[in-house]
Design a protein around this ligand. Structure first.
Ligand code: SAM
Length: 233
């Protein structure tokens, strides 16, 4: 095979991988992303890391099927433990997981980062948690994309190590420093949905507590409702 069709979500992740990259794709079920990018001639070398045996074997099978064993190494490993210094990785993709899990993978594997890698992250949920980690670890968000596929909305966050500390506002962390400036149609759909969810929860809380003191949880939701209303204008 000389071509592998990716979902729009994974293809967009792939667009942010620099040309001629040495890529580590962590959580690489079927190794679809590294295989597709290799077949397109976009990357030079890749590590496909998987922690679960089934997906690891699927990744091995896909790489073998396309005759790419010399240039894509499939490793059974937890998170960034799949990366060896001699791999000279300069791009890491972690896609299709929760933001907290991606954060945990980055935190646990910090010592394996050479700081020169571009991080291309696609959390399914928990984007704020991930942005907080990036800020705390001096990564600058250089690109963000929001897209919809099969009725699901996905965000992609691209970050690189900054020369000095980075500081994001609470709104940047919640909505994305770039996404909240662009305010695309899909962004508005996502946050209209999030607003409606929070309003329904707060309404239930009001009905349940019948004049008791407002809980911290309710206060948190009410603050978020205001933030969302502001960003939606
Ligand atoms: N990255 C692909 C994508 O976006 O389509 C696959 C996403 S799949 C939902 C998540 C994959 O990450 C699973 O195959 C799972 O086994 C793997 N995974 C979860 N935690 C991991 C970890 N700590 N290290 C490596 N792989 C992990």
């Amino acid at each position: 095979m000389n071509h592998l069709e990716l979902s729009q979500r994974l293809a967009t992740v792939g667009e942010f991988v620099p040309a001629k990259a040495r890529l580590a794709d962590i959580g690489s079920d079927h190794a679809y992303l590294p295989v597709a990018l290799m077949l397109k001639g976009k990357i030079e070398f890749a590590v496909a890391g998987e922690v679960v045996k089934g997906p690891f074997e699927s990744a091995q099978k896909q790489v073998r099927k396309d005759g790419l064993e010399e240039r894509i190494v499939v490793r059974l490993a937890n998170g960034l433990a799949a990366i060896e210094p001699s791999d000279e990785i300069n791009a890491i993709t972690i896609a299709g997981m929760g933001g907290a899990l991606i954060r945990d993978i980055l935190e646990a594997g910090k010592t394996r980062l050479n700081q020169k890698e571009r991080l291309i992250l696609q959390p399914n949920i928990g984007e704020r948690t991930l942005r907080v980690w990036l800020q705390e670890n001096q990564y600058q968000i250089i690109e963000e994309v929001i897209l919809e596929e099969n009725k699901k909305i996905y965000e992609i966050i691209v970050a690189e190590k900054a020369a000095s500390p980075v500081s994001y506002s609470p709104e940047d962390l919640m909505f994305g420093p770039i996404l909240r400036q662009m305010k695309s149609d899909i962004f508005q759909v996502k946050w209209q949905r999030e607003l409606a969810q929070r309003e329904a929860i707060v309404q239930q809380m009001i009905e349940a507590n019948k004049g008791d003191k407002i809980s911290e949880r309710q206060q948190k939701f009410e603050t978020e409702i205001k933030q969302i209303q502001e960003v939606l204008g």
